[in-house]
Design a protein around this ligand. Sequence first.
Ligand SMILES: [Zn+2]
Length: 234
Amino acid sequence: MRLKDLRREVLEANLELVRRGLVLYTFGNVSGISRAEGLIAIKPSGVPYETMSAEDIVVTDLEGRMVEGKLRPSSDLPTHVEIYKRFPKAGGVAHTHSEFATAWAQAGRPIPCFGTTHADYFHGAVPVTAKLTPEEIASAYEKNTGLAICRRFDELGTESIPAVLVAGHAPFCWGESAAEAAHHAVVLESVARMAYYTIGIHSGATPLSRELHDKHYLRKHGSTAYYGQANKSQ
Ligand SMILES: [Zn+2]
């Protein structure tokens, strides 16, 4: 993908968060990566969404060094970088402070899979990271946030949950593109809201059976997927 197109896609994915009511003021950020060129395009730090243009999107290398753009990149860039390193298939990363997903992150509770909406996207409960230590907070905080995410997935041994809750902070989501990462952030917020309501209605609600969870996830993902159209251009 050309850099210009990547910037436009990243801008569009950032604006999608606004359209879906996931961000307040300048909260949140979406990035996209060109694996071929080793470059990341990300929202600039502290720029209002209303006035943001594709030219404002900052391009950096995988060390976070600026390659193109006049503005500073989002301060969360080092977290995005660690996610890109850990998940080679990730083409985009989205971070929001959307209310319900953030409430679960603040509670330090993984989001159980109570229904098929969740199972269609996330193959398991959406996990929570460990809390960062004072040392991890004191220096390289954003990078350490990314490393905490990576450690949690190393412990879980799964690549099939493109979302995580950072303890006491908020969610990060990823996907094959910036657009898909934003889409996952929107779905995660919906799933988080429904899980909250589910427990409110019945505090003893139990997660979906493994069979139904697998059925819904695997019919949309992986080699045995059959959901939707075989030819995606149709
Ligand atoms: Zn944040």
